[in-house]
Design a binder for this molecule. Structure first.
Ligand code: GLN
Length: 304
């Protein structure tokens, strides 16, 4: 399927809303990003790549890293991972603490900050250097060798990470954090500060749409059933407390980040990524959500 005319149409239609919403500013470095940028990429398993706008501009992937950190941890831990983190939507903001006490330090899912901190703790136990392990993983999934994290962004988040530190300490008090909180936070902030562009992220998500097989290397990343399950989690939990509305509007498994990126998959077909830094109050990209909504409306393709 040639998606280029559709992306061109979306790009033209989206222009009037670019910049509407707010760039994340609670991580000081992210506030410096221009709000009205927009990029979109669709990549199929044959490598056909369709792009619009700033699809080659790298941005801070932020919580999109949670999807890939989960995959990497799942490769190592298998189903025992689910004893330390749940699989239910939280219905609360991504950085909320309220459920943790009632639920004894077991985060609702791996895509909220508390869940991702537990996943990062697993990676810190399995790898000498958890941040490099994820960067290497992203290089393999995207088949791009110069992916890395932005030290300034990582340091900026680390210096303002009191809330994530509170969550990690709290979970440690319940026995759900094995490494030193400081080490886990360092790795977590570096994962969030990985920089990639829309094409690279669309390529990286293809294995999930392709039954767990990385189309660029032929390697099995996870088995087909696990790929299906992680995709289900993206649908129910991948876009924060707006996941219900997102499923209603877009109908694709997706994971968003406060850098303004959203990665989505059309199972059996392609990886998709949109990026526009201005966010809706839920923390999802405003123009990015609209672009994905238009994509599924125009093509008539979604998982439903
Ligand atoms: N690094 C961000 C944080 O921990 C990631 C949040 C996000 O993208 N939702 O707050």
């Amino acid at each position: 399927m040639n998606y280029q005319p559709i992306l061109d149409r979306i790009h033209a239609a989206i222009k009037p809303v670019l910049g509407e919403g707010k760039v994340a500013s609670y991580i000081p470095e992210l506030a410096n990003v221009r709000a009205d940028q927009f990029g979109m990429a669709v990549v199929d398993f044959a490598g056909n790549t369709y792009v619009a706008g700033d699809a080659q501009t790298r941005f801070s992937i932020q919580s999109i890293s949670k999807l890939f950190a989960l995959t990497l941890a799942f490769q190592r831990e298998g189903d025992s991972l689910w004893s330390r983190v749940g699989r239910e939507p939280s219905g609360n903001p991504f950085n909320s603490l309220v459920q943790l006490e009632r639920e004894h330090g077991i985060p609702r899912n791996p895509f909220i900050n508390a869940g991702a901190l537990v996943i990062t703790d697993m990676l810190a136990s399995r790898f000498v250097n958890a941040e490099n392990a994820l960067v290497d993983f992203m290089r393999k999934l995207s088949a791009v060798n110069d992916i890395g994290y932005n030290r300034k962004v990582a340091a900026s988040e680390r210096s303002t990470s009191s809330r994530n530190a509170a969550m990690a300490h709290f979970m440690k008090s319940f026995g759900n954090m094995n490494n030193k909180v400081g080490d886990v936070l360092d790795a977590y902030c570096r994962h969030c500060a990985i920089e990639m562009n829309c094409v690279e992220l669309a390529k990286s998500a293809c294995f999930l749409a392709n039954g767990g097989v990385n189309p660029w290397s032929g390697e099995t990343v996870i088995d087909a059933s696990s790929a299906k399950r992680l995709s289900a989690l993206m649908l129910t939990c991948g876009t924060y407390d707006a996941a219900g509305d997102f499923a209603f509007r877009v109908g694709l498994p997706a994971k968003s980040g406060v850098g303004g990126g959203i990665v989505a998959i059309l199972p059996g077909e392609c990886g998709i990524c949109v990026w526009s830094p201005a966010l809706e109050p839920s923390g999802n990209s405003h123009a990015g959500s609209l672009a994905l909504e238009m994509f599924t409306s125009i093509t008539g393709r979604s998982i439903f």
